[in-house]
Design a protein around this ligand. Structure first.
Ligand code: M6R
Length: 608
């Protein structure tokens, strides 16, 4: 969603800000703007649409060396230039960019209007810049602090003042901000991606931190008083500057990165000599593992689907009762949490507001929650304190692909480690671990020889009115994931069901030619799923079957057959999801969609 970039140094600030905003485009946004300190005032340029439109509008004479920029994903007020950030105070001498939501903005606005403040936008944010102006008496930090003392809600903000060249004041509460250490220059961003061309040394701000940033450093204090120092962290190699390489889209590149991202996720964690696995971040003794009563895996969207596989592995392999829940629902249902219950919060970005809210709810109730997170230093990773990084590396495309497979792999490793304590002998554990370790290569081989039938499926699905996805057990999670991908990238209406549910209602929708995609690994549920295929075929469906290579019967009942390598049930999603990722990508392409930035979506959903 929204993104913030700031720069203080000796360079012309506008190009640095524009480059940072371009790197944040993947998060999803609908307008962009920047504010540059220029002598005794602040210049702003704002545009609806892509950063390219902003770039074209920024005049070369915009010379200042202190600036802030913003990409906005509209929440309060339409997609207009007036609503784009940064917002200015009445004197045009203070500019402010904001991520998050000011919940009491209506009351604050009414009060400010009574006092004579004139509003130029419909946003919740504008109250902030007027409040900062109202309380400004020469000390910028004090003004921001006093203003923030009146607001309820979430924020990551960046503020510049014409009277204080070379200074940015930033503050965070529920919306991430990082400070980037340069050489004689300092950066600010809501996401370290924005800084990848300039520095890998970053400081993550904590909630209720306020920071004064200057070219040669920064000072952090707490909103309720007192200074604080935070460590400089160095981002790993995989987070260094990234491009699309020879791929036409980030999504395709990320699909093809899965052999590497999976290998990174598994490396050093599966330990064949022990017939088990070791996950340092979990810090659970065998005794702790033995006493777990129930595991709940929390997540949203794709991360929830990965969580479904994770929960199935915890139950099926480790024999611990487990379930997965959509984080946004969990957090408000006043869940009962026992002392021996364990939670995992799965999130690529580590910033999803609903998942973060669920983590906090678990913690308020005294529960233990571990993160299964990709972005290092993200809010969920930090709030959980312990967990597993999935090491996918940067995922830029809005549609999650390599993060899904790494999340599943990380949960399978965790399940294996728990299983060795609770259920599995060394030989069974080793067999599972060996199969996991072989997965990156098998994924690579399949991707290198993608069956031509994927294109036949693309043809059928991109012409269909809607598409059904069916599967059972973990293959139902894959069906949900395949349907989500096709919806978000190709905008094709889809439904995913556990196959046996069809006869309880949805089969009424099947008509001549309806595309139905069925995931049928050769496991204990295979024959039952094959029966469902017969039922939908009998009603005219055209059936695309993703099945185990060599399963000739499954291939024969299919109108379009897509074989994937044989795998044991719990591991099979790592292979059966691949054709569905490519199907969505290729259908999106065929239908002329904006693959990496699909309409209405944001990569990191930081509002409820
Ligand atoms: O960053 P997270 O994994 O927490 O994000 C959760 C969902 O917003 C995300 O998976 C979303 O569903 C993706 N667009 C799916 O491709």
């Amino acid at each position: 969603m929204c993104g913030i970039v700031g720069y203080v140094g000796e360079r012309r600030a506008a190009p640095v800000i524009l480059d940072g905003l371009r790197r944040l485009e993947y998060r999803g946004y609908d307008s962009a703007g920047l504010a540059v300190l220029a002598g005794d005032h602040v210049d702003t340029v704002r545009r609806v649409g892509h950063v390219a439109a902003l770039l074209a509008a920024v005049p070369p004479e915009l010379e200042g060396t202190t600036a802030i920029g913003h990409t906005r994903w509209a929440t309060h007020g339409g997609v207009t230039e007036a609503n784009a950030h940064p917002h200015l105070d009445a004197t045009n001498r203070i500019a402010l960019a904001h991520n998050g939501i000011i919940e009491n903005h209506t009351t604050l606005r009414a009060r400010l209007e009574e006092e004579g403040f004139k509003f130029r936008s419909e946003t919740d944010t504008e109250v902030l810049v007027h409040l900062v102006h109202k309380f400004y008496t020469g000390d910028p930090e004090a003004a921001v602090k006093t203003a923030l003392g009146l607001v309820q809600g979430t924020y990551g903000i960046a503020v510049i003042f014409a009277e204080h060249p070379g200074v940015i004041i930033a503050a965070r509460n529920g919306s991430p901000l990082v400070v980037g250490k340069g050489n004689g220059e300092t950066f600010l961003a809501s996401d370290p991606h924005a800084l990848s061309a300039h520095t890998r040394e970053v400081v993550y701000l904590e909630d209720r931190d306020i920071v004064r940033i200057e070219a040669n450093g920064w000072t952090i204090s707490r909103m309720d008083g007192g200074g604080v120092s935070r460590n400089v962290e160095v981002l790993g190699e995989e987070w260094a500057e990234e491009g699309r390489g020879d791929f036409s889209h980030h999504m395709l590149k990320e699909i093809h990165e899965q052999p590497e991202s999976l290998a990174r996720c598994l490396r050093g964690r599966v330990v064949p000599e022990l017939g088990g696995a070791r996950l340092g971040g979990l810090e659970l003794s065998p005794r702790d593992i033995a006493s777990i009563r129930h595991i709940t895996v929390l997540g949203c969207g794709t991360s929830f689907h990965a969580g479904l596989v994770g929960a199935a592995a915890m139950e099926g392999l480790a024999r611990i009762p487990a379930s997965a829940e959509i984080a946004s629902e969990f957090r408000y249902r006043n869940p009962v949490i026992g002392p021996d219950d364990l939670f995992f919060a799965v999130s690529q970005s580590g910033e999803t507001a609903d998942t973060l809210g669920a983590v906090k709810e678990v913690q308020v109730k005294g529960g233990r929650v571990f993160g299964v997170v990709n972005v290092v230093g993200s809010s969920i990773a930090r709030t959980c304190g312990h967990g597993v990084y999935v090491h996918s590396g940067p995922e830029i495309a809005v549609a999650s692909t390599k993060a899904f497979t790494s999340q599943v792999a990380a949960m399978l490793v965790a399940a294996l480690s728990f299983a060795r304590t609770r259920a599995l002998g060394p030989h069974e554990g080793k067999a599972f671990g060996d199969e996991l370790l072989a997965i990156p290569e098998r994924v690579g081989e399949w991707l290198a020889s993608e069956p031509r039938s994927v294109m036949d499926a693309v043809d059928l699905c991109s012409k269909g009115r809607f598409v059904f996805f069916l599967g059972r057990g973990v293959s139902h999670a894959v069906a949900l994931e395949g349907a989500l991908k096709l919806k978000e990238i190709a905008y094709v209406p889809c439904m995913a069901y556990p196959a046996a549910e069809m006869k309880h209602g949805p089969i009424a929708l099947i008509d001549k030619g309806t595309p139905v995609i069925v995931i049928v690994p050769d496991d204990v549920m295979r024959d039952k799923t094959l029966s469902t295929i017969q039922e939908v075929k009998a009603r005219g469906a055209r059936v695309i079957v993703v099945h185990t290579a060599g399963d000739t019967h499954a291939a024969k009942v299919a109108d379009i057959s897509i074989p994937v390598p044989r795998a044991s049930t719990l591991i099979s999603p790592l292979l059966s999801v691949l054709p569905l990722q490519l199907l969505a990508y290729r259908a999106g392409l065929a239908l002329g969609r904006d693959i990496d930035r699909p309409r209405n979506l944001a990569k990191s959903v930081t509002v409820e």
